[in-house]
Write a protein that binds this ligand. Structure first.
Ligand SMILES: C[C@H](O)[C@H](O)CC(=O)C(=O)O
Ligand SMILES: [Mg+2]
Length: 392
């Protein structure tokens, strides 16, 4: 079968949910006094949006082949991302065969080394990579998981991230990850409030339902050590992203300090196999959590997961909806998946990238069988207002 070439790349910005899942309206648990590295400044404690967490918005990348087939994907990168895709990355994609995914990745990464390597630029590159997978799947009439070698499990099993693990258990999830609300700047009172929250959730859920902390880079080594130790009596399964992502030494030390049986996890804000190589070789984590919409797309996640497998470290991707589901279903080394509760009170199941995607699958009873729809199996919601700020 002759493979078409790529005709055009287009980059759009959209506000309100989507891949920038922090870009929510008011009164949402995800913006309700969550511990962050900015919480040392009292004026930025109550709301993450106040310091600019949702400043970027969602970037949508569409890639159209000569035969008219369109693949698309999304990331957190907004208007600066649209500029990078249109003015820089598109040149490596347009005119290339739709199968040229590895070469395009290498050209995008190598050509942006002088200002990229991590963060926004690799988020953009991830969206292009995922859009290429979506396109290839649609052209071959196969789901992305089939392109990746096929499923190794029949269905995905989920834990839930949100303010109400007790409700998540009733919805069938296997565990719940709570946002930590108070950091070191809030002293012993904040620590007590954190532990009280965990204790009260432990009382409300069954013994087999696991509980974890999401610390969103907000702690220091001593606080993280105390939190992990004092949370152990409530059966804490893991302490996630307790330290700033560049503190590889702190993570390695924390792993030595936490009680046996408590995992240290991180990787949500790490990029490419080079960043994960440091985490793995330095013994920073019992589990890594790359976000496929950020870390370099499927092309890079495949390499990161192979490295992790060789180190005996499980890979449980951060959020990222269908983009991680198609990957996880093909991996023995990814025992479960994350579902971010995007309902404002975390009391009902809402698609993770709502309202941007149509046909976005959600777990039922904490489980999900992926449909056989080509590509990632989702469509852009025509009711979302996509804006194309740049052309090339
Ligand atoms: C709940 C966390 O603060 C963050 O919004 C999401 C996250 O880190 C995760 O899902 O993991
Ligand atoms: Mg997290």
């Amino acid at each position: 079968m002759a493979m078409p070439r790529i005709r055009e790349v287009r980059a759009y910005v959209v506000r309100g949910g989507g891949a920038d899942y922090h870009d929510q309206g008011g009164q949402h648990w995800i913006d309700d006094h969550i511990a962050t590295p900015m919480a040392r400044y009292p004026e930025y404690r109550a709301s993450r949006q106040k310091f600019g967490l949702n400043v970027l918005g969602t970037l949508v990348v569409e890639i159209e082949a000569e035969d008219g087939t369109v693949g698309f994907a999304t990331t957190t990168a907004g208007e600066p991302g649209a500029y990078i895709v249109e003015k820089h990355l598109a040149r490596f994609v347009e005119g290339a065969p739709v199968t040229s995914i590895e070469k395009i990745w290498d050209q995008m990464y190598s050509s942006t080394l002088f200002y990229g390597r991590k963060g926004l630029v690799v988020n953009c590159l991830s969206a292009v990579d995922l859009a290429l997978y979506d396109l290839l799947g649609k052209i071959r009439q196969e789901p992305v998981y089939a392109l990746l070698g096929g499923p190794v499990q029949d269905e995905l099993v989920f834990y839930a991230t949100g303010a109400r693990p007790d409700l998540a258990e009733k919805l069938g999830f296997i565990g719940g990850k709570l946002p930590l609300q108070h950091g070191p700047a809030e002293g012993p009172e904040g620590m007590r409030a954190n532990l009280d929250k965990l204790a009260s959730m432990r009382e409300r859920v069954s013994e087999d339902f696991f509980l974890s902390w999401d610390c969103w880079m907000s702690l220091d080594l001593d606080y993280a050590t105390r939190l992990a130790r004092d949370s152990a009596e409530f059966g804490l399964k893991w302490i996630e992203e307790p330290l700033p992502p560049d503190d590889y030494w702190g993570y390695a030390e924390l792993r030595r300090r936490v009680p046996t049986g408590t995992w240290v996890s991180t990787g949500e804000h790490e990029w490419t196999r080079f960043g994960f190589r440091l985490l793995l070789e330095m013994g920073c984590a019992d589990m890594i959590q790359p976000d496929v919409n950020w870390c370099g797309g499927i092309t890079e996640l495949t390499k990161i997961a192979a490295l992790a497998d060789a180190h005996g470290v499980p890979v449980v991707p951060h959020g990222s909806s269908v983009y991680s589901y198609h990957f996880v279903i093909t991996r023995r080394n990814s025992p479960f998946s994350e579902f971010l509760m995007m309902h404002p009170q975390a009391s009902e199941i809402v698609p993770m990238f709502h309202p941007l995607l149509l046909d976005e699958p959600v777990p039922e009873g904490g489980r999900l069988r992926l449909p056989e729809t080509p590509g990632f199996g989702v469509r852009l919601n025509p009711e979302c207002d996509l804006h194309r700020p740049y052309t090339h």
